[in-house]
Design a protein around this ligand. Structure first.
Ligand code: PEP
Ligand code: MN
Length: 284
């Protein structure tokens, strides 16, 4: 990998970054972030937060600043949205993951966010990367929709080089010739990233597929691929979602995925233990 000093493994195959956010240990446990695409109202966010908490989510997501393809689409509630997220955290205890779009907003968004999200469209916004590199909040760096692994890790390097060691990668699908799905979810990038980097890696099957029916199989496949967690968009009333309606999942469906993830987790743990025993046998 070109020019990677801090993001790469540098020959230490077993080195892993673990990031602690409240009770959650990213890079150690399998972590589920869930919540609406955007914060639309207090009622919508609090009700959704309550439901995802009941289902077993570890963190709440929700955009207060939305990077929309059209300038006429809903752009998010801004500060009002962040205050709603703060209330949701108070009520549920769930840490908050929210996107920051502008260098001028980074320091004050930090007062509300437990994890700052950098969206796919801003992956190579180098001023923004440098700015989030100066704060003491973890950064969830989404993969640019046209980016290679090396380009993505170089962007992580920008954040690390400024002194912030807590970067989480998030695969959210890339553009390909396929049109049936919104994006092409590149799950092979999960073990690939782990071969070259110590950073934790998440998968976002909501944006990665854009189709409700595909989110469950891709969530299970994410766990099987070795991802450190997933991020799913959930809305208490999906038909009314203002943003990303086609992929907005009901709390009930989300709860079903959580049940299946709980079933798969011990199986994958067992398989991984077998993998490391093999390695041990080879050494002996
Ligand atoms: C989001 O998570 O709401 C989002 C806008 O994602 P992406 O940047 O991956 O499109
Ligand atoms: Mn969205």
């Amino acid at each position: 990998m070109n020019d990677l000093k801090l993001a790469s493994l540098n020959g230490e195959a077993n080195r892993r970054t673990i990031i602690t956010v409240d009770e959650v240990k990213i890079g150690k446990d399998f972590v589920v972030i869930a919540g609406p695409c955007s914060v639309e109202s207090e009622e919508q966010t609090l009700a959704t937060a309550q439901k995802v908490k009941e289902a077993g989510a570890n963190m709440l997501r929700g955009g207060a600043f939305k990077p929309r393809s059209s300038p006429y689409a809903f752009q998010g509630l801004g500060l009002k949205g962040l205050k709603i997220l703060e209330k949701a955290k108070k009520e549920t205890g769930l840490p908050i993951v929210t996107e920051v779009l502008d260098t001028r907003d980074v320091s004050w968004v930090c007062e509300y966010a437990d994890i700052l999200q950098i969206g796919t469209r801003n992956m190579q916004n180098f001023s923004l990367l440098k700015e989030v590199g100066k704060v003491n909040k973890p950064v969830l760096l989404k993969r640019g929709m046209y980016s290679t692994l090396n380009e993505w890790l170089s962007c992580a390097e920008y954040i690390l080089a400024e002194g912030n060691p807590d970067v989480i990668l998030c695969e959210r699908g890339i553009r390909s010739i396929e049109t049936y799905t919104r994006n092409t979810l590149d799950l092979a990038i999960v073990p690939a990233a782990k071969e070259v980097s110590h950073l934790p890696i998440f998968v976002d099957p909501s944006h990665g597929t854009g189709r409700l029916s595909l989110i469950e199989p891709m969530s299970l496949a994410s766990l099987a691929s070795g991802a450190d967690g997933i991020m799913i968009e959930v809305h208490y009333n999906p038909k009314e979602a203002i943003c990303d309606k086609d992929q907005a999942m009901s709390p009930q469906m989300f709860s079903g995925i959580m049940d299946k993830l709980r079933m798969l987790r011990p199986v994958m743990d067992q398989i991984r233990r077998k993998g490391s025993m093999r390695k041990l046998e080879q050494v002996i």
